[in-house]
Design a protein around this ligand. Structure first.
Ligand SMILES: NC(=O)c1ccc[n+]([C@@H]2O[C@H](COP(=O)([O-])OP(=O)(O)OC[C@H]3O[C@@H](n4cnc5c(N)ncnc54)[C@H](OP(=O)(O)O)[C@@H]3O)[C@@H](O)[C@H]2O)c1
Length: 286
């Protein structure tokens, strides 16, 4: 039995979709915190267990009879404690193998959002020390969240973002879900750490250029000054936590933190991952 947390989120949904293509629905259990959001999963024959990472009793219940867990990270202020609660519940219930969605970056100690990012590495350490078999899926940045960085008026105003010439091996969340599903279904991934990345590095200039080609409109990339960018987001009423993340990711991209290219995703998929152009085409329906 495989339990997927964050099952009503994007990555969890993608993972379960791929699990269901390759195994019976009665082998898959979804952890959700909202009954209503989980209706679509129930309709597919998946057992839904209601639980919250902040509620350890609900996690203890959810882990009964589970052999493998995919722990999808959260972004709450106390996410390390939340992840720890899931690992503890898994261990208590006799789970055999836990996979965790971490982050692929060069040096968390020099990250401009170190406090936020380091919870991934604290979680990794906690899992390694837990005695459970593990697979650490260090995910790069999603192609799917490029619209967050470039804004909704990208085709009218171009891209204004403080990422300099830094590059990222963007990958589609659906393919990361497929890779996670394969890790859960196949043998041989125990005690491995994978960098789940696309095969090529792309700058925001490349994103502008691909969006221009795909849309037939001229999309220019202007490197924003980090302070001006953050102030502008605040003026537009963007929530503080989101400003923090967008500014932080921009700075880390500029610092080349995400410039790690691996063939782990290609190996797990058994094919080349989508290119930036293919990803943007799908996301923007161009
Ligand atoms: N690499 C990247 O570019 C990137 C970008 C964004 C996020 N991320 C990370 O990757 C994770 C998965 O991405 P995603 O796109 O699938 O995010 P998402 O759609 O927001 O899904 C997050 C899931 O976690 C669940 N969750 C949050 N807090 C929880 C709690 N206290 N107890 C139980 N479940 C909880 C949510 O439940 P509900 O459905 O009830 O809300 C949701 O299902 C994110 O949470 C974040 O850590 C990575």
């Amino acid at each position: 039995m495989i339990l997927v947390t964050g099952a009503t989120g994007h990555l969890g949904t993608a993972t379960i979709e791929h699990l269901l293509k390759n195994t019976k629905a009665d082998k898959v259990i979804a952890l959700a915190r909202n009954e209503e959001k989980a209706t679509a999963l129930r309709d597919k024959g998946v057992e839904v267990r209601i639980g919250d990472f902040d509620d350890t009793a609900s996690l203890d219940k959810a882990m009964q009879g589970i052999e493998k867990v995919l722990l999808i990270s959260t972004i709450d202020h106390n996410h390390f404690q939340q992840h720890k609660n899931v690992v503890d519940a898994a261990r208590k219930a006799g789970v055999r193998h836990i996979a965790y969605t971490s982050i692929s970056m060069k040096d968390v100690n020099t990250s401009s959002i170190k406090d936020f990012m380091e919870s991934h590495f604290r979680t990794e350490d906690y899992i390694r020390e837990s005695g459970l078999a593990f697979t650490l899926l260090r995910n790069t940045l999603y192609t799917d969240v490029i619209p967050w960085y470039v804004g909704e008026h990208v085709f009218e105003r171009g891209i204004y973002f403080p990422a300099g010439t830094g590059t990222v091996p963007f990958a589609l969340r659906s393919e990361m879900g497929e890779a996670a599903a394969n890790v859960l279904l196949q043998d041989g991934h125990e005690n491995k750490t994978y960098s789940i990345t696309g095969n090529n590095l792309y700058s925001f200039g490349d994103i502008a250029s691909e969006l221009s080609t795909l849309s037939g409109k001229t999309v220019a990339y202007t490197e924003a000054n980090a302070t001006d960018y953050v102030n502008q987001l605040k003026q537009f009423g963007v929530p503080e936590s989101f400003v923090f993340l967008l500014g932080g990711f921009g700075a880390d991209i500029k610092d080349k933190q995400f410039e790690i290219v691996s063939n782990d995703l290609e190996n797990l998929l058994g094919r080349k991952p989508a290119s930036l152009k293919e990803g943007l085409k799908a996301i923007y329906r161009l």
